[in-house]
Design a protein. Structure first.
Length: 704
């Protein structure tokens, strides 16, 4: 296929995960292994100036200064359940069919819980430009609003990564797969899944999706221009999908908000038309709409005349009417307030159900009939969070990287559309938290900044009731409490108590955990307590009651020295979480932590043969080095410490294992018993900069 706008031939490529990006590549040089997982290019393609920038700076940051192009206007439809995504997919396709452009549409199963739909960009009269991502965003949002489809509007930025067709999704093991548009329009979810499975038998071709640019379509060109102005005049022939019950509730709640707020002169006509258009969506008659607007008009300064209200209502009910789309500031605010109202009503209903609930012992049969045995523990983020569960994250103070790991976890949740509530006392200044997220999100910060809410410094909740209210108000998927020994004294003062419970008061610590457990369960969110480890052993400080009251304890430890970028995570959790070990690696301030080594959860051991043993060997060695300022450790003393720490015998392959584990600017040297100097068995650390021998000479295997 001939590439349209052929000078725009460079994309950023990430093979093996989104953090493997910053590889500007020409499309004719793009080659992807069929077994590679999580492979992406940028949605947009660029000219050579983009490659020069990325190669020179080592980063795609700043790409928004460049002109770009995409052959398709893409829609990202993603829901918690694929059935819901299929409903939205088919509403969109029916709408595009009614516009007469279905033959210019490409459809893909995303590989997980959604679909990617593309419309030939030429139909809208788009041209390559620096502003193209924003032009596409408002146009896609207008079309989605017309046909009542939920889409991810955060994909429209220069650096957005887009999964490569025919490549594997690591979590599901499924490929992003092209679908026949007619079959996607009429098939149910099960049939689509069968089509995806059958496509594995065809020849796979991972690639960036190109197309020949179509001639502009007058209707879609007009729609694009109207979308940028804030409202779209509907065509009578366009599909008018039936609204779901939930969508009707959201519109109703939004209308109630709109009708409760008047506007000033200069805004009245447009705001009145907005309200009339939303009321029409609810099926209200023209007379009913006029009566509602007359009442609302009394709130305006000054009010419109009655004849103006009649004229505006008449316009809203003429033909197919108008759709403002949620890029309209007033409508967006109304919808958000409406959703908040519905959420509050849901919480109040749940609280009422709780009040009506009759506490009593229940038989196993009753509980199983209630489905209690079928509840699956759902991960929220990649490492430390599970929905409806409390996690205690333990690590050395200012050395292990607990807060950075949690921030990386939260950034991943936010990028997936989740909501984050970060609560910090005085462990870290609010400005530092903001700066960390700003670096982690990078160019995506503006797209996801509303997904992250921070309560720190003077915004820190002062009582348990306020903490719960914050969680109720924000409805987060994940809550970070940083840290247990800083937040607890503040909240306990609200109950007339001072300080934190003593280490010999496990019941009080379990009482504190008991305050949070209903919050995690009822709000279906993940709660993470950040906690410090003691200095002698990498275990949680204080009472065993702290760990007893949570669902998972994750111990975060470094190997060899704090500056090493790899951290081990030892997970001890209840049923559904399990017990296992894995490791994460700190990339940089922009990318944070990424998975370094995945555990085999069924056995509780890592897939590398001696990963756990090696990590512990190096950790014990480094702890011993802290005690020996001369940097030499008698081997027998090291063996004794190993036995105390692990209750295991000394590994015969200890020297080679440690050498394989160590990275950075330090090495470990072992002096064998039969050395020419007659020195005893000893270990010591030597700087590579001062080393006189070659690395292969500096470490020898023990003959024991």
């Amino acid at each position: 296929m001939i590439m349209t706008h052929s000078s725009y031939r460079y994309v950023d490529v990430a093979i093996g995960g989104a953090t493997k990006r910053n590889n500007a590549t020409a499309l004719d040089k793009l080659h992807v292994d069929l077994n590679a997982e999580n492979c992406y290019t940028t949605m947009f393609r660029f000219r050579e100036e983009y490659k020069t920038h990325v190669d020179g700076t080592g980063s795609v940051r700043g790409a928004d200064q460049f002109s770009c192009w995409s052959d398709y206007l893409w829609f990202d439809i993603d829901q918690d359940k694929l059935d819901d995504a299929t409903i939205d997919l088919q509403k969109l396709l029916r709408g595009l069919q009614s516009m007469g452009v279905l033959d210019q549409v490409a459809v893909f199963f995303s590989g997980s819980k959604g679909y990617h739909v593309g419309i030939n960009s030429g139909l809208f009269g788009f041209e390559p430009s620096q502003q193209l991502p924003e032009q596409m965003r408002v146009t896609a949002l207008a079309i989605a609003s017309l046909f009542h489809v939920e889409i991810d509007t955060k994909v429209y930025n220069h650096n957005r990564l887009w999964r490569i067709v025919d490549t594997l999704h690591a979590k599901t093991g499924l490929r992003k797969t092209a679908l026949d548009t007619a079959e996607a329009l009429t098939s149910d979810t099960a049939t689509i899944q069968q089509l995806v499975a059958s496509n594995d038998n065809r020849q796979l071709q991972p690639r960036y999706i190109l197309c020949e640019v179509a001639e502009p379509n007058d209707v879609l060109v007009r729609l694009y221009r109207e979308a940028t102005s804030g409202k779209v005049e509907k065509d009578a022939g366009w599909d008018n999908p039936i609204l779901s019950a939930q969508r009707i509730k959201e519109i109703e709640a939004g209308v109630q908000h709109l009708l409760a707020h008047g506007v000033l002169s200069g805004q009245r006509d447009n705001e009145a038309l907005l309200r009339a258009s939303e009321i029409r969506k609810l099926g209200q008659s023209q007379d009913e709409c006029a009566a509602l607007l007359m009442a609302w008009n009394k709130l305006n300064l000054p009010p419109l005349s009655d004849s103006d209200i009649d004229r505006i209502v008449q316009s809203a009910y003429t033909g197919a009417g108008y759709d403002f789309g949620t890029q309209n500031e007033s409508l967006r605010e109304a919808r958000e307030q409406g959703k908040l109202t519905l959420h509050t009503e849901t919480v109040n209903k749940q609280n009422q159900q709780d009040a009506d609930y009759e506490p009593r012992p229940r038989t196993l049969r009753e509980l199983m009939q209630m489905g209690e045995h079928k509840i699956e523990v759902e991960r929220v983020g990649p490492w430390v969070s599970w929905r409806g569960r409390i996690t205690l994250l333990v690590g050395r103070e200012k050395r292990s990287g607990k807060s950075t790991l949690c921030a990386s976890e939260c950034a991943a949740v936010a990028r997936n559309g989740g909501r984050v509530l970060w609560i910090s006392a005085f462990d870290e200044a609010r400005a530092d938290v903001v700066q960390r997220f700003s670096m982690l999100l990078g160019d995506d910060a503006e797209a996801y900044d509303e997904n992250i809410v921070i309560a720190a410094d003077q915004d820190m909740p002062q009582t348990w009731e306020t903490l719960v209210k914050y969680i109720d108000d924000e409805n987060p998927d994940i809550v970070i409490l940083d840290s247990i020994h800083s937040i607890t004294p503040i909240l306990e003062r609200g109950r007339g108590r001072k300080g934190v419970p003593d280490t010999n008061e496990p019941a009080k610590w379990q009482e504190i955990s008991g305050l949070l457990r209903p919050v995690a369960i009822k709000r279906n969110c993940a709660l993470i307590w950040i906690h410090h480890a003691n200095k002698d052993k990498n275990e949680s400080q204080g009472s065993t009651g702290i760990a007893a009251g949570v669902d998972a304890v994750i111990t975060m430890s470094y190997t060899y020295k704090p500056s090493n970028k790899v951290r081990s995570l030892t997970v001890a959790g209840r049923i559904g979480i399990g017990q296992y070990e894995c490791s994460v690696r700190f990339q940089n301030d922009e990318d944070g932590y990424v998975t370094h080594h995945v555990a085999t959860e069924s056995t509780g051991t890592t897939t590398a043969e001696d990963e756990s043993t090696g990590d512990r060997l190096v950790r014990v060695l480094y702890d011993m080095l802290d005690k020996h300022r001369d940097k030499e450790i008698p081997l027998e003393e090291l063996k004794q410490e190993w036995a105390r720490e692990t209750n295991e015998s000394w590994p015969n392959n200890a020297p080679s294992t440690i050498n394989r584990k160590l990275t950075g600017d330090m090495i470990v040297k072992y002096r064998p018993a039969k050395s020419t100097q007659g020195l005893p068995h000893r270990w010591f650390v030597q700087s590579l900069q001062n080393a006189t021998a070659s690395p292969t000479d500096l470490l020898e295997d023990s003959n024991e």
